[in-house]
Design a protein around this ligand. Structure first.
Ligand SMILES: NC(=O)c1ccc[n+]([C@@H]2O[C@H](COP(=O)([O-])OP(=O)(O)OC[C@H]3O[C@@H](n4cnc5c(N)ncnc54)[C@H](OP(=O)(O)O)[C@@H]3O)[C@@H](O)[C@H]2O)c1
Length: 342
């Protein structure tokens, strides 16, 4: 059974930043362990934290147009999604000591969390714990809703995914392939192209940093039925010139503009010419779809049709600077930090 320590470390938002996180943006604080659950709360030990591009948005000013959820305030513990173990359960929480849970647990080693915001993890399926911040967690649900509900992908269609080797992107590629689509991806390195073609099984992956990227895109990908966009900016603008009639453009994320100015669009008229649909979505509006998504994804994981690669760092102090890895393309797979030392 997990036991409470004398003290624990949490990462506090210390100072606003422009662009990437710097050494002053966050501070690590060691505090005495005095956590007690209310009746509808649990005290959890955090086991793994998911590092997400949205963490950079969560510390933007409230006025920032990108901030789709309340910003974290200076002095508060940083928000973070993770996997945790219940070490004390309030009487009405519905959880027991030792339960594995996922949810917004904070960038901290221990926390008190409202039970209603947590999901109990059932490890009975053919899955490992980390899958609950991978294909069975928010990246998987994002891929499912974006590709099926918004993208309406069909067998035989051409699917192009940007940010294709990342947590969400690699799952979109696999779900698309499993549906019978012809899947292509764009990524930032030759190594990621190789991973996508050899391990994920896309037809062709292209490095957007190559000087011949645009010609290669036209030659290799042909015209697009569904463009699943994780990155925004110039890649999205160019992809708009390659749409088939009635194409769907799924705006999942726009990581190229989270730490720098967004680029102006030149090609939006192609949406009209091709009677295409462009639709953004956010998981925060999609709670009603989670159960269906989880059931589908669990079946695919059990069949071995959906795999995830994890890039694992260790220690809570690593979290602040590691967020930058997402913006430099330095993560090879879903970026996670192991927190609990067992
Ligand atoms: N809509 C939703 O509800 C929802 C939910 C979760 C995530 N998202 C979004 O989904 C996207 C992917 O998130 P993730 O967690 O799966 O991250 P990820 O893809 O695992 O990591 C981010 C990747 O973005 C790429 N990237 C960074 N800067 C770039 C740039 N300027 N241009 C092109 N590519 C760039 C890098 O890959 P390369 O090496 O290929 O450049 C990097 O590895 C993000 O935009 C995120 O905000 C949306």
């Amino acid at each position: 059974m997990p036991v409470s320590p004398q003290s624990y470390t949490r990462i506090v938002y210390a100072q606003p930043t422009k662009g990437l996180i710097d050494v002053k943006t966050f501070r690590a604080e060691e505090v005495p362990f005095d956590l007690k659950p209310g009746a509808d709360e649990v005290v959890v030990r955090i086991d793994y934290l998911s590092l997400d591009p949205a963490m950079r948005l969560w510390i933007n000013d409230g006025d920032n147009e990108f901030n789709y959820t309340a910003p974290v305030q200076v002095g508060q513990t940083m928000r973070g999604i993770g996997l945790a173990t219940v070490i004390e359960a309030g009487e009405n929480s519905g959880f027991s000591v030792g339960d594995h849970v996922s949810g917004t647990v904070g960038v901290t080693e221990y926390n008190t969390v409202k039970a209603s915001t947590l999901t109990k993890i059932d490890l009975s399926e053919r899955s490992q714990l980390l899958d609950f911040i991978g294909p069975l967690g928010h990246p998987g649900i994002t891929a499912y809703i974006g590709l099926f509900d918004i993208g309406q992908i069909k067998a035989g269609e051409t699917l192009v995914v940007s940010g294709a080797a990342g947590a969400v992107g690699s799952l979109v590629c696999q779900l698309g392939k499993d549906k019978g689509a012809k899947v292509y991806g764009t990524v930032g390195s030759a190594e990621k192209c190789k991973y996508l073609e050899e391990d994920v099984g896309v037809v062709k992956a292209l490095n957007y940093k190559s000087p011949t990227f645009r010609e290669d895109f036209v030659r290799e990908f042909g015209k697009i039925d569904v463009f699943f966009d994780n990155v925004g900016g110039e890649i999205l603008d160019f992809a708009l010139t390659r749409l088939n009639m009635h194409a769907r453009v799924v705006l999942c994320g726009s990581i190229s503009s989270y730490t720098s100015e967004a680029v102006p669009f030149k090609n939006f008229s192609h949406v009209f010419f091709h009677r295409a649909r462009v639709e953004g979505f956010s998981l925060i509006d999609q709670g009603h779809r989670f159960a269906d998504a989880r059931a589908y994804l669990a079946e695919k994981v059990a069949q071995g049709a959906l795999k995830s690669k994890y890039h694992i760092l260790e220690g809570i102090e690593e979290v602040p600077m590691a967020i930058n890895m997402l913006f430099r393309g330095e993560n090879n797979g879903k970026l996670v930090v192991k927190i609990a030392h067992d």
